[in-house]
Design a protein around this ligand. Structure first.
Ligand code: AMP
Length: 541
């Protein structure tokens, strides 16, 4: 027997129309230089219609890829809706990647049009000769700057001025592509991931569930995660669906900028990688801001250190919401929110649980598999590769013959090594390639980093594997002291801090002090660069 329901396609069109009808007064704020630009959902949705008409006039048709090269701002949000709702495919490009990778990505996606922030024009001018499919450029401002070498090129505001706000949005199939992103590949070329309307719609509901982030109309949401990193974790779609106030930082993502914006715009929720929030926590040691409007800071993309979660809570009363996800999972996978009875645990145990990556949200399932292809028990100790399946997990990469190796019996293989405890809390032990393989044992670089970062004089720490004649590999700790302790922090203090917490064989063989941990294009620790920097470094015998 079949259910007898309407055939209602889960696409972004009703999300846009809902925002227009129900939330016209709600605000969208963008930081632009020293000033704040603000307008309403009514203006935003009207401009989305104009933009779709303009793109159609430029020749954009259903299925065509439309790229952006831009920071988090309101025009970028308009593109986020105009492109998928007209049936084309939004493709935000990671502007921090090296030029050859950007050209590879744009050519592989066959982008037809490229939107560019005026401040990023010089970078795109350099790349333009290598972009084979791009037929038009659009500068996201009032006018095309004199002397640009891009051609043909239009000014965003000119296109909108000359277009009608009424666009006959097509009825799309929910399985049609809405957007695509590329993984920030560490080996080989980046891989393309194509998101359907259905995946984004369901994922938006996933983000708004009370036990994930509970996003609502009453929130003032500041996505700091770039709109080119997994579609800003799809926050722009969920917030517009719900009518939340949106606050975009533009290119201004220093801790002080963020603290000022949170205070000025009464931000209730924000999201980004741990490095950002480590910086903010450090800033708050010396400067005062009223951040009491914040009800949560969503932290993902890399492990949120215990010390950071504890520091925000104990010193400032702020809650870190730790989450795990990947480009391939749109990205929401797991969230570490405590169950009712876990709130009765001693405080330290609660922080330890919140430093885990958490339980799967409804809509996805997880398991951990050993090297022999057997599921490991949920005992919080046994390691395995994390696998995931669900409504917003990809089933293959875009036109890529490396797809097969990433799937096993309908599950996606993440490449993350994890434990899962009896309560279902997943904990990332490491990326497979970052584990330190010492003798027969595996040492988790992330666990060591977390412990070192809980030292009050340490700002950041990254642990890498160094070759060792006897043990195969041994850990080297690369530590960034807080500025006030730059000249005084000693190796001895780090060892003293670690000794009571670890067995001797887990301790790093050496500690080196560095200026900063190198970061990837999306702000994670870049251990590849660190390994190259310390290649040949002589560890103590
Ligand atoms: P990306 O596709 O760039 O979002 O990277 C996904 C990878 O980031 C995952 O496979 C993890 O290795 C890592 N990652 C994401 N969230 C977390 C987290 N909360 N803790 C530790 N690693 C994470």
């Amino acid at each position: 027997m079949q259910g007898q329901m309407m055939d209602y396609q889960l696409t972004l069109r009703p999300v846009l129309e809902r925002a227009k009808r129900l939330f016209p007064r709600k605000e969208i704020v963008t930081k632009a230089g020293p000033s704040l630009e603000r307008y309403t959902y009514e203006q935003m949705t009207e401009r989305v219609g104009r933009l779709a008409n303009a793109l159609e006039k430029l020749g954009i048709r259903r299925g065509d890829r439309v790229a952006t090269f831009a920071w988090n701002n309101s025009r970028h949000l308009e593109i986020y809706f105009a492109v998928p709702c007209m049936g084309a495919v939004l493709h935000p490009i990671n502007l921090r990647l090296p030029g050859d990778q950007i050209a590879f990505i744009a050519n592989h996606a066959e982008d037809q049009v490229l939107f560019v922030d005026p401040s990023l024009l010089p970078a795109v001018e350099k790349l333009a000769p290598y972009l084979k499919s791009v037929k038009q450029f659009i500068v996201m401002g009032d006018k095309v700057p004199d002397g640009t070498t891009l051609s043909p090129v239009h000014a965003y505001e000119d296109l909108l001025k000359n277009a009608s706000p009424d666009y006959p949005w097509p009825n799309l199939d929910e399985n049609e592509a809405a957007a695509m992103c590329y993984t920030s590949g560490t080996t080989g070329n980046p891989k393309g991931v194509v998101y359907s309307h259905r995946a984004i719609y369901l994922h938006s509901l996933g983000l708004s569930m009370a036990d994930s982030f509970g996003i609502s109309e009453r929130d003032s949401f500041m996505p700091v995660v770039p709109m080119f990193h997994v579609l800003a974790w799809c926050i722009p779609f969920a917030t517009v669906m719900l009518g939340s106030k949106l606050v975009f930082p533009g290119p201004h993502m220093q801790p002080r900028d963020l603290a000022e914006l949170i205070q000025a715009e009464q931000v209730t929720l924000t999201a980004g990688v741990p490095t950002l929030w480590m910086g903010l926590l450090h800033l708050l040691e010396n400067e005062r801001y009223d951040l009491s409007s914040l009800r949560g800071m969503i932290v993902g993309g890399a492990a949120a250190p215990y010390a950071m979660i504890e520091g925000f809570k104990k010193k400032h009363g702020l809650d870190v919401m730790h989450a795990w996800g990947m480009t391939e999972t749109t990205p929401l996978g797991t969230v570490s929110r405590l169950k009712s009875y876990q709130l009765e645990l001693p405080e330290a145990e609660q922080f330890a649980l919140r430093a885990k990556q958490g339980i799967p949200v409804p809509g996805v399932e997880i398991r951990a598999m050993d090297e022999g292809g057997k599921e490991v028990p949920w005992d919080g100790k046994s390691f395995g590769e994390l696998q995931i399946r669900g409504a917003w997990v990809i089933s293959s990469y875009y036109n890529d013959d490396r797809s097969a190796e990433s799937f096993q019996d309908g599950w996606f293989r993440t490449g993350d090594v994890v434990t899962i405890d009896s309560e279902g809390f997943m904990q990332i032990v490491d990326r497979t390639k970052d584990l330190v393989k010492s003798g027969g044992e595996w040492i988790s670089s992330q666990v060591l980093e977390n412990a070192i970062m809980s030292h009050p004089k340490v700002l950041e720490a990254a642990v890498i594997a160094m070759p060792h004649p006897k043990w195969q590999e041994r850990p080297l700790a690369c530590v960034v002291p807080k500025p006030d302790f730059k000249d005084s922090l000693t190796k001895q203090e780090i060892f003293e801090h670690l000794k009571p917490r670890f067995d001797k064989m887990y301790l790093p063989d050496d500690v080196v002090f560095i200026e900063a941990v190198p970061k990837t294009s999306v702000g994670k620790f870049d251990k590849k660069v660190l390994r190259a920097q310390f290649k040949g470094y002589k560890m103590p015998e």
